[in-house]
Structure formats: structure tokens, C-alpha cells
Design a protein around this ligand. Sequence first.
Ligand SMILES: Nc1ncnc2c1ncn2[C@@H]1O[C@H](COP(=O)(O)OP(=O)(O)O)[C@@H](O)[C@H]1O
Length: 190
Amino acid sequence: MINIVLFGKPGAGKGTQAEFLKEKYNLTHLSTGDIFRFNIKNNTELGLLAKTYMDKGDLVPDEVTIQMLQSEVDKNPQSAGFLFDGFPRTIAQAEALDAFLATKNQEITATVALEADDNILVARLLERGKTSGRPDDQDEEKIRNRYQEYNEKTAPLMDFYKAQGKFHAVNGIGTIEEVTARLTNVFDTL
Ligand SMILES: Nc1ncnc2c1ncn2[C@@H]1O[C@H](COP(=O)(O)OP(=O)(O)O)[C@@H](O)[C@H]1O
């Protein structure tokens, strides 16, 4: 069983690459952003709560996010492994994930980061905002706020996983196929 954290800034291409990787490696793809958006669409209590944070580009509180993620993992007891996308995004989430997996005699196998320059990513998100309908992609100020959240709360995770010897990075700039090939090279060593 392999459990991978797909890591990277907003717009780095995690969702796009996850679609391919989950098929090739037979992993259950869990995107916290997608799960929150599904809840917003269906007007659930969780969705209404998450929306107040997401629309501003703020992170949803840890307690809510951790609980949701754990319940999604528990919905897939037969899974051959998980591909976590957009989670963990804070040290508290990463610690909670380690503790939760340990209760199942599991662990994170590796964290694989997609790296790209902020200016390229902001341009990508504004482009995506034209068609995605996502409010957080349509306003440069909200996008900048997401990067601030990333720098303050998520970037420290790189050292967290490096300290465990689990951090790998690939260049996220190039065609989708080029980036997929780089990711596959790393996954095949795990
Ligand atoms: N692990 C998480 N912790 C807190 N908030 C989250 C988490 N994952 C997603 N979110 C919320 O959902 C929003 C969108 O996330 P996501 O779809 O992963 O897009 P992106 O990576 O492009 O920002 C985030 O800005 C945040 O508000």
C-alpha cells in the first residue's frame, strides 16, 4: 500500500496530474478542495461553513478539515492506497494525518511536490477562473491571499516531510505530459 501526498501551490497542477496518477497506480484520489466544493454544491452544513472561508481564499479550519478527511478515508476501507491532494495544508493537519494512519498501521510513503513560480501560477489561476466558475479564481486579491496562506501555513510542511526523508520535488513547468513523466519517474522509485 502506498499513500502519497501531492504537494504544491494553488494552480500547480495537482488535480490535473492526480487524474492520471490515480489510474496508473490504483490509488484513491482525495482532493479536499473538490470535497468542499461538492458539499457547497449540495448545500450541506459543511459546505456552507467551508464556503465562508474558501470564497476569501482563507484555509478552512483544521478541525473541520481533518474530520472530513478522516471520514473520507474511512469510506474507502478496500483502498489500495491514497493520493492526498490539497491535504495536509498545515502542520496540525500533517500531524493528525500521521496519527490517524498509524491507527491503521499505515503511513505516508512520500510527499511529491510540483514546483512552479508564483507569477506563472497566478496567471494560470486567472485563466482557469474564466471557465471554472470558482469565485476564488476570479479575483487577483483572493488568489494572492491563497499564496499568503500557502507561504505561512503550508510551506513549512516541506521541512516536516524532509525531516522524515519523504520529500520529493519535480518541476511543474512544461506540458501536462512532460510533468506526468517526471512524476511517474519519482512514483516508480517508491
Ligand atoms: N487541507 C485544507 N485545509 C484547509 N482548507 C482547505 C484545504 N483544502 C482545501 N481547502 C480550502 O479550499 C480552497 C480550494 O482548495 P483547492 O481546490 O485545493 O485549490 P487550490 O489548490 O487551487 O487553492 C482553499 O483555498 C481552502 O479554502
